[in-house]
Design a protein around this ligand. Structure first.
Ligand SMILES: NC(=O)c1ccc[n+]([C@@H]2O[C@H](COP(=O)([O-])OP(=O)(O)OC[C@H]3O[C@@H](n4cnc5c(N)ncnc54)[C@H](O)[C@@H]3O)[C@@H](O)[C@H]2O)c1
Length: 327
């Protein structure tokens, strides 16, 4: 295949920048589009256009002069709590950009950042692709709606898609130069690292009376480079004429909140300060992927299967970047 020319939206964000670097390191010609509303300019040092995907005219004018083989769409608003408070903003921010991209890039294969939040409350111990999609918050609902839009587009012959449903994205680049920097930070691993390092106060564990071995919630943590490799595979599959589809991306291994705290404590050689609070409304007890379809159909497999090796990358990023990209 000739060099693939790829547009990565949201490529100054956490997972988008990891994927943009991954694709570039493997020979793709990558352009990142980001409005920097959440992302960091320092996260990407290649071709860049600053543009808001909600700005229909500006996007139309810019994209008209481009010729991309594939599109990887990360740009979105991603805070579940905020989506409950500002549903209309979330529907606009997460759905309208995809409509614009589909309008102005007809026929271009699209890899979409979907999420396990499209499933809602789990009915089974691990979640496979055929688990019903009943999102319980506006964030998950907007992502499920985009999946539907992409299925309809594909059925009409207007372009293939891969919806990749991530579980909990985690970790930092092994080089130590790039990592997680959200503002506000809501994810457990960065919060635990920052608390252990004394950059913020202790954490509150939401519920220690769940029906899990240590009483705390269980999640499936997937390294950003493992997510990046799945995007590369999905993109190539579509460019080679492979079928569209949706795939769950996780390790298939459940890790509890307390296990995360222990692992962060080991990696940084100091304990994570925490106290115990009540359960938080809307938190499922357990969210773990069944990644067998991605293994079978994409030939994809996570490499960071051991939580300590994943957390070591995050811990080293937070140690060397106490202020994130502003350090
Ligand atoms: N972090 C996770 O655990 C997780 C899990 C499942 C799915 N996802 C999805 O993965 C994607 C990336 O997540 P992330 O954690 O890297 O988020 P992020 O906030 O770090 O990255 C999103 C990027 O999109 C940009 N952006 C937002 N709206 C834009 C617009 N209108 N025009 C141009 N750029 C815009 C932001 O500036 C930011 O750089 C999101 O779609 C998210 O919903 C994330």
């Amino acid at each position: 295949m000739d060099t693939m020319k790829v547009l990565v939206t949201g490529g100054c964000g956490y997972i988008g920048s990891a994927t943009a670097r991954w694709l570039r390191e493997r020979g793709a010609e990558v352009t990142v589009l980001d409005d920097l509303s959440e992302g960091h300019r320092e996260a990407w040092d290649g071709d860049f256009v600053e543009l808001d995907l909600l700005n229909r005219e500006a996007l139309c004018a810019w994209v008209g002069g481009q010729d991309f083989d594939g599109l990887v769409h990360f740009a979105a608003r991603c805070y579940v709590g905020e989506s409950v408070e500002q549903p209309v903003r979330y529907w606009r921010a997460n759905v309208v950009p995809v409509i614009h991209l589909c309008e102005f890039m007809p026929g271009v294969p699209l890899v979409f950042s979907s999420t396990c939040a499209t499933f809602g409350d789990p009915l089974t111990p691990t979640l496979a692709e055929d688990h019903p999609q009943n999102p319980v918050n506006p964030y998950g609902a907007t992502k499920a709606a985009v999946e539907r839009l992409l299925r309809d587009r594909e059925a009409a012959g207007e372009g293939s898609f891969a919806a990749l449903r991530y579980f909990n994205a985690a970790g930092a680049s092994p080089s130590g130069n790039h990592g997680e920097h959200h503002d506000p930070e809501t994810h457990l691993i960065p919060l635990a690292c920052q608390a252990a390092l004394g950059h913020r106060g202790g954490l509150t564990i939401f519920g220690t009376d769940w029906e899990t071995p240590d009483g705390t919630c269980i999640r499936d943590y997937i390294h950003i480079d493992d997510l990046a490799s799945a995007h590369e595979i999905a993109l190539k599959r579509m460019l080679e004429g492979g079928e569209s589809g949706a795939w769950n991306l996780g390790t298939g291994i459940g890790v509890s909140v307390k296990e995360i705290m222990d692992s962060v404590g080991k990696a940084l050689d100091r304990p994570v300060p925490f106290d115990e609070g009540p359960r938080r409304a809307g938190d499922p007890e357990r969210l773990v992927a069944d990644p067998s379809l991605a293994r079978k159909e994409l030939g994809w497999e996570a490499r960071y299967m051991d939580i300590d090796s994943l957390i070591a990358t995050a811990a080293s990023w937070h140690e060397s970047h106490p202020e994130g990209y502003g350090s």
